[in-house]
Design a protein around this ligand. Sequence first.
Ligand SMILES: [Zn+2]
Length: 292
Amino acid sequence: MHAYTLTNLIMTEPDGTPQLSDDPDTNFTEQTAAIHTVEVGRGWQGFLTDEGAADIHQTNGKVTCVDEGTPDGTVRNAGSGLYYVAIFLDSKGENLPEKEVLNKAIDTIVEELKPEVKTGKVNCITSHEGCGAAGLVWNLLSGEFKEQMGWRNPTDLAVWFSKQVAEKLNVKYEHIGLTGRPEHLHIALATLVDFTAEGMSPDKISGTPPKMFVVSGRLNQARCIRQIVLTAKIATGGHGYGKDGGNRITEAEPFRVVVAAKAGTDNNAFLQNLRGGLAEFGKRVKIVECYL
Ligand SMILES: [Zn+2]
């Protein structure tokens, strides 16, 4: 039996589809309740493995963003690799022209995805509407360069980037909408780090599961940690629960980073580096280890 429904809090459209509120307080109440249901019930391990999670695996072959608004991907990576541009731009000693940094990011994600394409797990690279990773990279690039590339907005950049990656991997490309959250607010109060190599989509769990960012842990681990830190920044920041100067995520109600790996996986080095990466949040971010 599952008790993930919160019908008293979720408004519905006349046709019965849930209406997505963009009020941070309403969403915080809902997401907190959904997380408590998991944690006082069977715990995260139970949530990810019980009968309600039978269809959690996402095998559609798509590479999608870590965004909780783009839940349908086998591999989840911030901006489908575009966030690597931000990582490379702020790496010390890196002083390449912008186009070369973009090319380096493309080559890096292409190399990381090659084994996934080879084994048939990945067959499509996506970009999406309202991508925060694209917005962040957009702000790091000069106006002159963007004009030269013919990009008018972050979506143009995201489309260009994912098309390049798809072309180099010889797989499909698709631009997708934002379905899992309101347009102008991130509502996830947790990040799932998927180390299982099978693709996990908590949105597929029956009932009203907590919304979660998902980061694939099986690509480069240092860059995976940077993406997890990004999700915590988004959640605590002005596009998330820091909206309107709010400070909703606290030690008492922290942001959860749920690291899910197969039983027997040696995650110690990763977890140690992850703790270091998240140290800036203090007790506002809590790491939960799960072995499935
Ligand atoms: Zn995105």
